[in-house]
Write a protein that binds this ligand. Structure first.
Ligand code: SAM
Length: 257
């Protein structure tokens, strides 16, 4: 049985499984953050935009959106969803990426806001990679621009993912997740088996996902090193400070001027 890389065939069932609901919640929460911190946003980039749900919702709020993702399969779904909307999609890999200004082969495009939702930064394999991703983000923000992201904490990877098996069966899709947690490098490895129905036929595919957990202090230090000031470090979907028991954090950071 062939086990594929993360976000290959998964793209075809991502929205069907309801994974797009996280974007709906994150966009509503980000709009609250924008009001609370009086952030002025015209242009924004959604990193690891996946199937493009957040791009569409932000666009509907009047933001000029661009999206970036490393998976061609996820971007293909996003492109279909966003057809007719003026949204640029980039096929690029984190941690190091460069989006150039058109007509200028050296200067990076810069945005007022960069977002990155739903564990995407947990795919960075080491503090070094995470720091490099933060530096790339910093280079693509205007001075004083904002970076808002959520991540799983090591607590979530250990206690929710842990050494657990999760399974669900729906009318057209079913899945089994087998998780293993490694205390050594605070990572969770998921072997995912999906079943997708087309007419009377079910097809099966398997993918391997590995997420890495970083402590709150590691994340703060890396952001600081990359030229950000941390303005909020919350339990995701609230405005209460995160602590070591938090499962999902949301970080609000501003590029130093
Ligand atoms: C859990 S999905 C989240 C998608 C979307 N942000 C959402 O909230 O639904 C993680 C996304 O991160 C992308 N991703 C993971 N590692 C990446 C990397 N190194 N470079 C670019 N994209 C990456 C995947 O292709 C996938 O679309």
């Amino acid at each position: 049985m062939k086990v594929k890389n993360a976000y290959s065939d998964f793209a075809t069932v991502y929205d069907l499984m309801g994974a797009d609901r996280h974007s709906v919640q994150m966009v509503a929460y980000t709009m609250d953050i924008i009001r609370r911190f009086r952030i002025h946003v015209t242009s924004a980039l959604d990193l690891c935009c996946g199937t493009g749900t957040a791009l569409e919702l932000f666009f509907n709020h009047g933001l000029q959106m661009s999206g970036l993702d490393g998976s061609a399969a996820m971007l293909a779904i996003a492109a279909r969803k966003l057809r007719g909307k003026k949204i640029t999609l980039y096929h690029k890999q984190l941690p190091k990426f460069k989006l150039l200004l058109t007509g200028n082969s050296r200067k990076s495009r810069q945005f007022d806001l960069i977002t990155c939702f739903y564990d995407s930064l947990n795919y960075m394999k080491s503090p070094r990679e995470l720091g490099t991703a933060f530096q790339s983000v910093q280079q693509h923000l205007h001075p004083g621009g904002w970076f808002i992201f959520d991540m799983n904490t090591p607590t979530a990877l250990k206690t929710i993912w842990g050494n657990q098996v999760y399974a669900e069966a729906h009318e057209n899709v079913a899945w089994i997740w087998k998780n293993k947690y490694s205390n050594k490098n605070k990572s969770a490895t998921l072997q995912v088996t999906f079943f997708r129905r087309a007419g009377k036929t079910w097809s099966r595919f398997d993918e391997l996902h590995v997420e890495y957990g970083y402590s709150n202090s590691q994340i703060r230090t890396l952001l600081n090193k990359a030229g950000f000031t941390v303005k909020g470090f919350y339990r995701c979907f609230t405005f209460q400070n995160a602590d070591r028991h938090t499962n999902r954090i949301c970080v609000i950071a501003q590029k130093r001027k």
